[in-house]
Structures are given as structure tokens and as C-alpha cells.
Design a protein around this ligand. Structure first.
Ligand code: CA
Ligand code: CA
Length: 158
């Protein structure tokens, strides 16, 4: 799987991935045994929040041949996530919120998010929904503006 990533993801992406996260990817690799595949959901950066596309953004993607009974891993590469209530959903199932990582150094961060079994669909498009919220998790006032640079989902096929 790492070989595939090396060929498909840019060198910059891999450089931005910390060793700790790479180690985590290796640790969860048994969940993505032989017959793994991936889909690049976002390859062109965009900004969430009141300085960007708004509080809510949906992107459809396909996972052909997915074994939906197995968990998958969503990798979300961002910059400037300042608050803790920015949500991630796939097909209406809420996943882990994005982790606050903005240290002022403008570096990319890769969120490794587990997608539970029976969330992905083999026969119809999936929908990724990202949300931006304010410091208190609400929609009023100053929403978190953050850049979504790249999103990739790794999944097991039948
Ligand atoms: Ca803002
Ligand atoms: Ca921000």
C-alpha cells in the first residue's frame, strides 16, 4: 500500500506526513490487507470557513469494489485548523473531528481517521461532508478557516 501511495501522492505530501503518522499507517495496515485500494477524493486545495466555501462542503467519490464490511482509513491533509469542532462525515456517519494543529508555522497536518465498517458503498457514490464551526462549535461569528489540501481514502476490496 505504501508503494501505491508513493507512486500516486506527491513527494510534498509524503514529506509533510510525520514519521509518527507513517508509523500509525503501518500499524493499521493489517486492516487493509491484500486487495487494498484507494481513491483520491480531493487533489486541489480549497478553503473551508467564512473566508472560503463556507460552513459545509460535500464531495462525492466512488470506492469501486469496496469490501464494505471492513473498516477503511481516511487521510485528510490540512493547514490552519485552529478549533476543535470541524466535522467529518461519510454517508451521514460522523467520524472523528479534525484535530486542532495550527501552531502558526503554516505546516500541513495529516489527519488519520478510521471509517467504520458498513459506511462505504460499492454500488453507488459516497459523500464526504466537511463542516467548519466557530470556537464553541456553533455556526455564528468567526468560523474556522482552514485549507483542505488533499483527501485520500484507503479501503479493502472484495
Ligand atoms: Ca473565520
Ligand atoms: Ca484557521
Amino acid at each position: 500500500m505504501l508503494k501505491q501511495m508513493t507512486s500516486k501522492l506527491s513527494k510534498r505530501t509524503l514529506t509533510g506526513m510525520s514519521l509518527a503518522l507513517a508509523a500509525l499507517l503501518l500499524a493499521i495496515q493489517p486492516a487493509l490487507a491484500a486487495g487494498a485500494s484507494f481513491t483520491i477524493i480531493v487533489r486541489s486545495a480549497f478553503t473551508m470557513g467564512d473566508a472560503g466555501v463556507g460552513d459545509d462542503h460535500e464531495i462525492d467519490f466512488s470506492t469501486p469494489g469496496v469490501n464494505a464490511g471492513r473498516r477503511a482509513v481516511l487521510m485528510v491533509q490540512t493547514r490552519d485548523v485552529d478549533f476543535t469542532f470541524n466535522g467529518v462525515q461519510i454517508n451521514g456517519t460522523s467520524l472523528q473531528n479534525l484535530v486542532q494543529h495550527d501552531t502558526g508555522s503554516d505546516e500541513s497536518y495529516v489527519h488519520m481517521i478510521i471509517v467504520p465498517a458498513n459506511v462505504l458503498r460499492a454500488d453507488q457514490p459516497n459523500t464526504l461532508r466537511l463542516t467548519s464551526r466557530n470556537l464553541d462549535g456553533n455556526l455564528s461569528g468567526n468560523l474556522d478557516d482552514f485549507v483542505v489540501e488533499r483527501v485520500v481514502i484507503h479501503y479493502e476490496v472484495q
